[in-house]
Design a protein around this ligand. Sequence first.
Ligand SMILES: [Zn+2]
Ligand SMILES: [Zn+2]
Length: 452
Amino acid sequence: MVWGVKNLRETLSKAKQILLRYRLCNKCLGRLLASSWPGPELLNTGEVIKAGLLEEARALAAQHPEEAIALIKALSESGYRAAQDDALNYGLDVKEKTCPICLDRLTDEVIDAVVAEAVRRVSGYEFEDFLVGAYVPKYITAIEERIFSEFGLTESETLRKEITREVGKRLEAVLGKPANFTSPEMLILVDIFTGTAEAKPTPLYIYGHYFKNRIDIPQTPWYCSACWGAGCERCGGLGRMYPDSVAEYIGEPAMRLAGAIGYKFHAAGREDVDVTVEGTGRPFIVELIMPRRRMVSLEALKEAVKSCSEGRVEVEGLRPATHSDLKMLKETIEGSTKRYMATIQFSKPVSSEDLARLDASLRGAVIEQQTPTRVLKRRGERLRRKRILNIESRLIDSYTVELYVEVDGGLYVKELIHGDSGRTRPNVAEILDNHPTSIKLKFLGVLKTLRH
Ligand SMILES: [Zn+2]
Ligand SMILES: [Zn+2]
């Protein structure tokens, strides 16, 4: 032998200790010792090791019969057929034991069966690549870990790893698609213990900007707080305060186009129900759950949103997104500059000098804002400091002003205008010494948007 005889002896001696205590099948014994096997990689390490141990037992027979018998008993109970004749010769009652790690389920037959089941499960789903996960009961993992620590096996591969590797290899061949360990489009979960497989396509993400052309559409379904959707007198039996929402106008057609079973709507911030969204729109990502199709026509989605909302909601700049874009989208909520246009009616006439003074005092100002009275119940008292980066006001007629602002995300713009009884300072009403009677707000988009 060209490779270390000493290492081989060590491996065999470890195998013997393990086998005398745990009747591992060929595959599990081989997997545990594959990393310490001194020779070239083998397909049947376990069998080769057991053959070596049988040789050793036979050599021991003359001088140490008890040791030889114990080893032959262990080998034949572990399902090693070649040792079973020797066992019979010693008058031993040969009873094969179940492998305590894989419960004798780690066989080509079982693996092929779960692969076939997996192939059936994924049919009907569009995907480019996949990742295999294996279910292993906790008590099995515990036994495995106990054996690892009992015999100082620090490099050994786990049962789970062997299953996923074996199933993955076969699936790559059968499906003609590669495994993807970081962002697979399909998750395939197998369970060799029950012989089952499950297909879980990962979500499909679509990024875009939405526009809300009418007021009185909440961003997400607004359920009736009296009945929570059941329908009552307050909501006229509808179960909700508004019949529709931006999320539904985008999510429902997207779900149909992708053949998904559900969706989640994520947006960079949220406007009040009476605020329109214009300008560059509001960034969003729609997350489609268990999509059957991934090659969704974004043009078709854009048209579908427009037609199902009868033009009330539109989308632009649609493109495929990833899970990490979702994190970025959430970060843009707080960290970005937002643009608004307000049309304000005042109770007293306003002059252009007033507006020049307003712009000068608010441009670059830091606004101190206590949580608005109208959201206090939900949000809790907190002082925010937010900047006004840019402001431009324009007189429409002597009572009407158009106010354009660029502000830090999180500033409540209506309160900036009416002052919320002094809870937001400085504020427009105070500077002009004039009380607004109506405020119409448009959200014009964020300055920093998701980059691709
Ligand atoms: Zn096993
Ligand atoms: Zn109700």
